[in-house]
Design a protein. Structure first.
Length: 366
């Protein structure tokens, strides 16, 4: 069997819950007929054994891990188009109303550039993993810099644990107080870097586990930052992968319950064949959501401690089944939330099928 990562079927296999349920495409299709998801599953199965796709995705990973200036510039312009798609799908960027926004994982700067260009009253703050630690080059246009604060920092270095003591924590380790409940728009799009420089280099046999812990810690940290920094009634835009699977389906549920209107959009501009999409939560974290927000934040902070310092030797661990039960169990998703999940996911699955079809035709896969 080819070992490329594109269908992420191994991820689905890890979705067992304590009740023995699997939160993934098969569980959904066992309960509902969803032609878009059925076709996507068939397309994934077709591609799973194709060696030509191994080479394609290995090449993509190599380019992504070692981008030259031309590639970085291409990504920058593509991400501007991605943000335009998100905006057209959700209407999340007002052209006239003053906006203060936070862009987490902002480099190369494409998302921020779109917001600043569309709204000349917008002012932004971007946080990006330093390039020396595996981050991307920051390419925001010079004309926008007076309206932008660029912070080079690994967001995992922020102390947002439930046990933090403000009197003893070094100020540079805390999420700045001026960020709390401040931003009308928060963009959460930082993806795990395969070239990330870990504080302590893991042993070869631990690298997979350490990377998984880093990836999942990054996901949960971004969500905590989003819930902490969005102003009441603001908008959170979050990048998720495979919304039909655990844990993304549960995080989708969380954002749906903390907002007045939720849109899920998969851009066609970039990575159309992959499972990534953007969740746009408008009217987020208002007064009516205050109790649930605090409960979710408490659970997320406690989970983050386990992800950062749990596991063998305290090196951290990946998210495990049951970790997000304080939000919703797999049974809750499959019984109470399933129709809503399908409603939100149809467009994502349809777009991915079209992207895979184009990729297969390009590679001569029948």
């Amino acid at each position: 069997m080819a070992q490329h990562s594109y269908p992420a079927l191994a991820h689905i296999a890890e979705n067992l819950t304590e009740e023995g349920l699997i939160l993934g495409p098969s569980a959904i299709l066992a309960r509902r007929y969803v032609p878009e998801l059925q076709e996507l599953l068939a397309m994934r199965s077709k591609g799973w054994n194709e060696e030509t796709l191994d080479d394609h995705f290995k090449w993509q990973r190599t380019v992504a891990d070692n981008p030259d200036k031309e590639v970085a510039s291409t990504w920058f312009h593509m991400m501007k188009k991605v943000m335009q798609e998100i905006d057209l799908a959700s209407g999340c960027i007002s052209p006239l109303k003053p906006i203060e926004f936070l862009d987490v994982g902002c480099s190369s700067g494409g998302l921020s550039s779109y917001v600043l260009r569309k709204n000349r009253h917008a002012r932004g703050t971007g946080i990006s993993l330093p390039a020396v630690q595996g981050g991307h080059i920051f390419l925001l246009e010079e004309s926008f810099l007076p309206r932008y604060e660029f912070i080079e920092k690994d967001i995992l270095a922020y102390d947002i644990s439930p046990f933090r003591s403000d009197s003893t924590t070094v100020s540079s380790q805390r999420l700045p107080g001026r960020f709390l409940r401040r931003f009308s728009l928060v963009l959460l799009g930082e993806s795990a870097s395969r070239t990330y420089h870990h504080p302590v280099e893991p042993a070869p046999e631990d690298r997979k586990t350490v990377y998984g812990a880093y990836r999942d810690s990054l996901l949960i940290t971004q969500l905590i930052i989003g819930l902490e920094t969005v102003c009441p009634g603001g908008t959170i835009v979050m990048r998720l992968s495979h919304v039909e699977c655990w844990p993304s389906a549960i995080l989708l549920y969380l954002l749906d319950h903390l907002s007045d209107k939720l849109t899920v959009h998969k851009p066609r501009t970039m990575h159309a064949s992959r499972g990534t999409c953007f969740v746009i939560a408008k009217g987020a974290c208002g007064m009516q959501h205050a109790k649930a927000r605090q409960q979710y934040l408490s659970g997320l902070r406690e989970l983050l401690v386990q992800l950062r310092s749990g596991g063998r030797g305290g090196r951290g661990r990946m998210i495990l089944p049951g970790d997000l039960d304080f939000v919703a169990t797999a049974e809750t998703i499959l019984t109470e939330y399933l129709d809503r999940l399908i409603e939100l996911g149809r467009g994502v699955w349809s777009t991915q099928v079209q992207g895979l079809d184009r990729l297969f035709r390009k590679k001569g896969i029948q």
